[in-house]
Design a protein around this ligand. Structure first.
Ligand code: PMP
Length: 384
């Protein structure tokens, strides 16, 4: 039996059958159980900022697990302190950090934090994705994912994404939090009109509501900025992170600024592994490497190169490429993303059919120019 067969028998069928069973990775390249290699432009779904087996992450994790493993949240330790300080410095604002193990859990923390305003109502976006735990699912604006689990907790209103007027009409003086993604990744890399986040900031402020940005997918350099909200200079009350932060280890964070930073008081929230030294050591290695290897610039440059080259194919099946940095959606004129992804896989390249008419790529920042060009050549072949 193959690993895929064994997985299908042993694992709960929440994802459907896997396309590949991967056994090894280095940089942007992953290798399956038969020994075949693929250039991975999915990157663990916007996770593997540094790709696989980056020496800085490997060394940091090995050093940390050999020095101090898990300590519980009863004690402080250097890696969590350093990572919290570092994240706040990158955000450029005073605040406090809560570490979680996933994006959903970071959003759960934001949800609970918002209740501490004394208000309960949340305004979030249609098509938004915030995770699959019950609270995060309630925040998620995708009814098909919610329907099997109703009723969901909370008092959440979803408004059309990118529509300032709809947001202004929905937010009122009973609103605890406005929760938005700077770019809707799972919804198909949907980019709001310029000025949308600034308008959201203004609307939330006017009504005394918190503005929380879910940067689980866009954060930690993915768009060419440490945080996507910095593109427009928007200052949210809180940011949630995960995915790219941990260098492949499970690490999420809620960054809360100003008054929002003190809403959760001792005893109100916790998670056993949050801020685990090994995960934090990996997170620090990720931030150090993005800085030392100049990867924010590389993300911008490579993103532009890919966008231009893909649009330059001139295929009638490609409408346009949207997104920012290395979070790109190839928007198709027909619902053929699954067929394209299968053809690309045959050619040795992994991309994701995130929507029937959108192919998503979110490759490691260390993807080489040659690998990027190889992907474009494979896509050209798949489109013809
Ligand atoms: N928020 C966003 C914007 C996401 O893209 C995701 C994951 N796709 C999540 C939250 C949930 O993160 P996790 O799967 O780590 O719970």
């Amino acid at each position: 039996m193959t690993l895929i067969d064994r997985w299908s028998n042993a694992a709960m069928n929440t994802y459907g059958p896997p396309a590949l069973a991967l056994v090894r990775g280095e940089g942007a390249v992953v290798t399956d159980e038969s020994g075949r290699s693929y250039v991975d432009l999915i990157g663990g779904i916007a996770v593997n900022a540094l790709g696989h087996a980056h020496p800085a992450v490997v060394a940091a994790v090995a050093e940390q697990i050999g020095t101090l493993g898990h300590v519980s949240n009863l004690y402080a330790h250097p890696r969590a302190v350093e990572l919290a300080e570092r994240l706040l410095a990158l955000a450029g604002r005073p605040g406090r950090v809560f570490f979680s193990n996933s994006g959903a859990e970071a959003n759960e923390a934001a949800f609970k934090l918002s209740r501490r305003t004394g208000r309960t109502r949340v305004v979030a976006a249609e098509g938004g994705f915030h995770g699959r735990t019950m609270g995060a699912l309630a925040l998620t604006g995708q009814p098909a994912k919610q329907e099997p689990f109703l009723p969901l907790p909370g008092d959440v209103t979803h408004v059309p994404y990118g529509d300032v007027e709809a947001l202004a009409n929905a937010v009122d003086d009973t609103t605890a939090m406005v929760l938005l993604e700077p770019i809707q990744g799972e919804n198909g890399v949907v980019v709001p009109p310029a000025g949308y986040l600034s308008a959201a900031r203004e609307i939330a402020t006017r009504h005394g509501a918190l503005l929380v940005l879910d940067e689980v997918q866009t954060g930690v350099g993915r768009t060419g900025h440490w945080f996507a909200c910095q593109t427009e200079g928007v200052e949210p009350d809180a940011i949630t992170l995960a995915k790219g932060l941990g260098g492949g280890l499970p690490l999420g964070a809620l960054l809360a600024f100003g008054d929002a930073a003190t809403l959760l008081q001792p005893g109100m929230h916790a998670t056993t592994f949050g801020g685990n030294p090994v995960c934090c050591a990996a997170g620090l290695a990720v931030l150090d490497t993005i800085e030392s290897e100049g990867l924010l610039d590389r993300v911008k440059r490579l993103g532009e190169r890919l966008r231009r080259a893909i649009e330059g194919i001139g295929s009638p099946v490609v409408s346009h490429v949207r997104g920012a940095g290395l979070l790109l959606g190839i928007v198709l004129t027909e619902p053929v993303s699954a067929t394209l992804a299968a053809k690309l896989m045959d050619a040795g390249y992994l991309a994701q059919a995130v929507q029937p008419d959108v192919l998503r790529i979110a490759p490691p920042y260390v993807l080489s120019d040659e690998e990027a060009d190889g992907f474009v050549a494979a896509l050209t072949g798949a489109l013809s």
